[in-house]
Design a protein around this ligand. Sequence first.
Ligand SMILES: NC(=O)c1ccc[n+]([C@@H]2O[C@H](COP(=O)([O-])OP(=O)(O)OC[C@H]3O[C@@H](n4cnc5c(N)ncnc54)[C@H](OP(=O)(O)O)[C@@H]3O)[C@@H](O)[C@H]2O)c1
Length: 324
Amino acid sequence: MATAIVLRTYGGPEVLTSEPVDVGRPGPGELRVRQTAIGVNFHDCYVRSGLYRTLAVPGIPGIEAAGVIEEIGPGVSGFATGDRIAYVTGQYGAYASERLMPAAWALRLPAGVGEATAATVLLKGLTTEMLTREVHPIKAGDIVLVHAAAGGVGRLLCRRVRQLGATVIGTVGNEAKAEVARAAGCAHTILYRQEDFIARVKEITGGRGVDVVYDSVGRDTFDGSLESLALRGHLVNFGQASGSVPPFEVSRLAARSTSVSRPILFHYVAERAALEKLAAPVFEAVRSGLFPVEPGRSFPLADAAAAHRALEARQAEGPLFLMP
Ligand SMILES: NC(=O)c1ccc[n+]([C@@H]2O[C@H](COP(=O)([O-])OP(=O)(O)OC[C@H]3O[C@@H](n4cnc5c(N)ncnc54)[C@H](OP(=O)(O)O)[C@@H]3O)[C@@H](O)[C@H]2O)c1
């Protein structure tokens, strides 16, 4: 028997309890994977609390993990037992010691990319590549505003945007995070809880505004992000750490012919070719050191509740992961 965290009711971290589960044999197109590291993300907290109703209860949460292929179902090609793989999925089930999954999700890990690293970098890395290559392709010379620039996605995003030749302005919650953001490539940092970030962006850009804002903070920053855009600028809202963005008048965008997007990674990696196209630069960035390998903090799978508490208390200094 394997073990899994089965969500039976939405609620606080205490609803995450461990149970034995029968995994079974892989069906056509499936793999049976022994999982060795499972990423813990804000998405998981939103699912657990019931904010997102994307996982019906009872259900096994978790969208990101790495492990080793134990058994291969009929019709699967390109994989062998013993292969190390990682995946991200919008269909859940990652909080388990073993699982069945479609082979179509699996990405074989290149040498030099560890399983704990893969299980904590894949979602954030794919999100970064989606944002900078697909949603708003960065051009050399762009000026870019990244909110929560010292956060998990924020740090990778700043590194990639800088590497693509753009200037990065990062907002952060405190001075320690400002240092992290500068180390990740921000030319300018703004303490957005103390300073008026719109005024600072105008000052830094000589009144022009920025070409794109990557905004995962949501409610608290949305209006200011719109105000910070240059003519024909693009506001990419990809998260809501401070709460959902309230409805707004589309005609507001006419003031400077700006645009707003609300992308979700899973819609950008639904096709195998698209997944591979975005995953290749993530693994390359890990191998080259552009995306630094952070040791992170591990919790036993059975103690997933403690990992959620740490994430929600904003105590997480690096990535969090569960070990079966
Ligand atoms: N659209 C997608 O497909 C996709 C994919 C992956 C992740 N995401 C989203 O991207 C965001 C970032 O994910 P992450 O894992 O890298 O998290 P994170 O950025 O490490 O953490 C969120 C950060 O948001 C800032 N923040 C501002 N107001 C906050 C509030 N009221 N409560 C909590 N935090 C607040 C905090 O930074 P400061 O202290 O510096 O303000 C905090 O560290 C999340 O919202 C996640 O859901 C979206």
